[in-house]
Design a protein around this ligand. Structure first.
Ligand code: CU
Length: 261
């Protein structure tokens, strides 16, 4: 009986925590974020209802069939009919949720990048972020792995003999203009990392050997944490930076200041 009550208590406490939203996402700061939150809520409500029903049922079975004087266990093969019903029901519910979710995913990954999008390259390494802007020419210069020199201030191996590389900016922090489409090109120098900004509802792995593009548009100014969301080594906790969403004019000035520095 204690076990049954414990199961019900855990169910009540976790339901209250979810419904009360005591620890929740920060306010959205991207164009796709609202849709993502709605999809998240839909998933949470559907799985939450199933969770509550299952836990209540589990507690009931524990209470109803607990040990007692004269009670004898009885063996059952279960019900094939019930198994078919819940497997089919789960499949239907799963696909009903995945299909609307796909369009949000496609906006981030498959949509054609607008002409005026700002492209920024993000390279993760143990344990830092390298943010590269292509400079006024709009073109990323050549990288040469044998030129990589972390202590010498060339973490990406930028090849300055390439004219397109000479105006490239490699920074430990990021800023983007408000309301402009952004395309990030995600890379890793060593192990798998993940670029995560909660307010943007953007979280994507950086995989060694792959160039992963992802696009979004910021809808509110502010300073947001960039966290590595993939356990990548002993100093993983230290792998953080900041993203500033600035007005277009402030962003232009910021970029100019960074270039002068
Ligand atoms: Cu990392």
């Amino acid at each position: 009986m204690i076990l049954a009550v414990t199961i019900w208590l855990i169910t009540i406490v976790s339901t209250v925590l979810m419904v009360g939203k005591y620890w929740w996402f920060p306010e959205v700061a991207s164009a796709h974020g609202g849709d993502l939150d709605r999809q998240f809520m839909l998933t949470l409500v559907v799985t939450g209802v199933v969770f509550i029903l299952a836990q209540v049922g589990l507690g009931y079975a524990v209470a109803r069939y607990r040990d007692g004087a004269g009670k004898v266990a009885n063996y059952t093969h279960g019900s094939e009919k019930l198994e078919v019903i819940w497997t089919v029901a789960t499949t239907v519910v799963f696909f009903a949720m995945v299909i609307p979710g796909q369009s949000i995913w496609a906006d981030l990954y498959l949509a054609e990048t607008p002409e005026d999008a700002l492209r920024i390259e993000v390279t993760g390494q143990q344990f830092a972020w390298n943010i590269r802007y292509p400079g006024p020419d709009g073109e990323f210069g050549r990288l040469a792995p044998d030129l990589i020199d972390d202590e010498g201030g060339n973490p990406l191996g930028l090849d300055l003999s390439d004219t397109a590389a000479q105006d490239d900016l490699v920074l430990p922090i990021m800023a983007i203009p408000l309301g402009k489409p952004i395309e990030l090109l995600l890379r890793s120098k060593d192990v798998t990392h993940a670029f995560s900004v909660r307010e943007l509802r953007v979280k994507q792995d950086l995989v060694p050997g792959l160039l992963i593009p992802i696009q979004f548009t910021a809808t509110r100014t502010g300073r947001f944490e960039i966290a590595c969301a993939e356990l990548c080594g002993l100093q993983h906790y230290n792998m953080r930076s900041f993203l500033e969403v600035l007005s277009e004019a402030d962003f232009a000035q910021w970029l100019k200041d960074q270039a002068e520095e």
